[in-house]
Design a protein around this ligand. Sequence first.
Ligand SMILES: NC(=O)c1ccc[n+]([C@@H]2O[C@H](COP(=O)([O-])OP(=O)(O)OC[C@H]3O[C@@H](n4cnc5c(N)ncnc54)[C@H](OP(=O)(O)O)[C@@H]3O)[C@@H](O)[C@H]2O)c1
Length: 267
Amino acid sequence: MHIIITGGSSGIGAAIAEIEMQRGARVSIVARREEPLRELRAQILAQYPSGQINTWAADVTDAVALERAIEAFEKSFGPCDRLIAAAGVVEPGELISQDMESFRAQIETNLFGTVNAVRAVYSGMVQRQSGQIVIISSGAGLIGIHGYTAYCASKHALAGFAETLRQEAKPNAIAVSICFPPDTETQQLAAELPLRSPAASAIIGDAKPWPADRVARIIVKGADRGRFEIYPGLQMALLGRFGAVVAPVLRWYFDLKIATVRKNQDH
Ligand SMILES: NC(=O)c1ccc[n+]([C@@H]2O[C@H](COP(=O)([O-])OP(=O)(O)OC[C@H]3O[C@@H](n4cnc5c(N)ncnc54)[C@H](OP(=O)(O)O)[C@@H]3O)[C@@H](O)[C@H]2O)c1
């Protein structure tokens, strides 16, 4: 089994890489920075000395570079059996104050980075009539969160992309999954929390973030079972399954929280 993971050098992607190595898969990882890739590779090989792991520094927003990386991976380890598209970035900010460069970067990485990764493996999968594509969205792909206009737009877009790709891929015996993780203890969350607006914190509440390896286990289990939607935890499952039904109530509740925060700030 050959698993290709974008954004696999840290956090959820790295935790998935470890699970897959543990069960003997051949694992290929793309991320931008060489150093974390090298460190992860050394760490995994120390644990699994006969394991097969490949890494390549590329930016998922660069379709040509990503294609080159995936071509090299497939040359070494054979066709991609499962793609995990986990590369993602977040920079909280309200539309009024966020510069367009930052807004665009989130859409470019989270949406187009995923599309680029899928396109790089998809035609091979169609030819072979087999394969699996796992897209990592977010709880922010199920509901709007104040101060996350760009990130929510990118993660909601992934939901629409996956929903449609599933229909196109199924007749070719390709399975598509999309996961909606809640707050998870990763570098991304550590960098994001200080920038989160008080209104967003009030909406999200103070639930403890999930450990990355727990989210990773749920993603791998869901993908193994061929699930389309993968929800780590009850809260995400309820949002995913009933979000549209409870949306008016949630909007009322979120508006109340935002108004309370603004009132407190004014005093
Ligand atoms: N942590 C959370 O609370 C949470 C919740 C819901 C969803 N998610 C989603 O889960 C996914 C994984 O995030 P994480 O929390 O595990 O974050 P993380 O620890 O920061 O990992 C992000 C990974 O993506 C790579 N990456 C970022 N931009 C890239 C680019 N343009 N090209 C190639 N690789 C890139 C990073 O490496 P380089 O920086 O070296 O490129 C790193 O390997 C993301 O899509 C994120 O939005 C996270």
